[in-house]
Ligand binder design. Sequence first.
Ligand code: A3P
Length: 342
Amino acid sequence: MMEPRPAPPLQDVDNQELKKLLSSLPKERGIISSDTYQYQGFWYPPHALQGIINCQEEFQPRENDIFLVTPPKSGTTWLKAILYALVNREAHPPQDPHHPLLSKTPHQLVPFLELLHPSEYVSVCNSSDSSTRILATHVPLGTLPKAITGDSSSLNCKIVYLCRDTKDNFVSLFHFGNDRMKTSPISLEDAFDLYCKGISPGGPIWDQILGYWKESQKNPHKVLFMRYEEMKDEPYLQLRRLANFLGIPFFPEEENSGLVDQIISICSFESMTKVDVNKTGTFVDGSNNSSFFRKGVVGDWKNCLTADMASRLDQITEEKFRGSGLSLSNISSPCSPSPCKP
Ligand code: A3P
């Protein structure tokens, strides 16, 4: 499995072509970066854009590739770990004291497609290795490379889509953004307004979620739609669902030997936050590895959003999803009277 090489630092966009492109795109203040740009109808931090364009043009998938797609701060890191442990359970049993998840971050084991260094496409695409690759991305369905989505409506690979309640997603994004922009933090109110206007990475989040939701309804063998809350509530069931979808169901002997629980355990918030590499060091875009692990719970929005904010966001989400058969909310016990600060 490939490992990502460092991408250029955020502030160091020195590629002339990218600079030219950026200057032609709508720009706003971002929640996780000082600026965010709208490309093909969705918003991205500048460091992701070059990679998105590169992979649209050059990435060649294999039929057995697995793509994990998420809006940022939906539990990507967790599901990366789960997918890696699941797919590689024979080579790396979860109880192995040298399991790769104990010495590498999930982002090293399952890289983001848009953060791979351009030169890696060559080695990745031409590789004679036919093992299953797991790659992650935050882009909406329409922005995925055409080589993945196909020219008609037939997807060429399997997509696992994970999202979460938008209130918890926003709160997680807000904290993550201020963790990486310590010198120019954004206020809760400004970040919230941007989010509600659809200006969040990979957003408008509702459009991204609906795109994959509809595809999962149309094409259930190619797109699996998962929710963070369901993973927290019933991990055993969801892990079996995931394994079945990927065509690698658990054998009865595996279930009887406790393998499913072992995978859940090695990927749990408690286990992952004890691993040294997840506590120290930096991610390819400069964020701290530790900033991908904050609380790992459902409903933390109650400690951050006012009742008005929560109901505004619920209302927007309800309106956007009306008629789609989709609901995400984890509604709602009393909110904290004082909203959190950057
Ligand atoms: P919170 O900020 O709500 O705690 P992403 O990986 O997409 O960036 O999402 C990060 C969110 O997933 C954070 O949410 C983080 O704490 C949570 N998370 C990370 N690892 C997790 C795990 N093993 N189990 C549950 N949640 C996890």
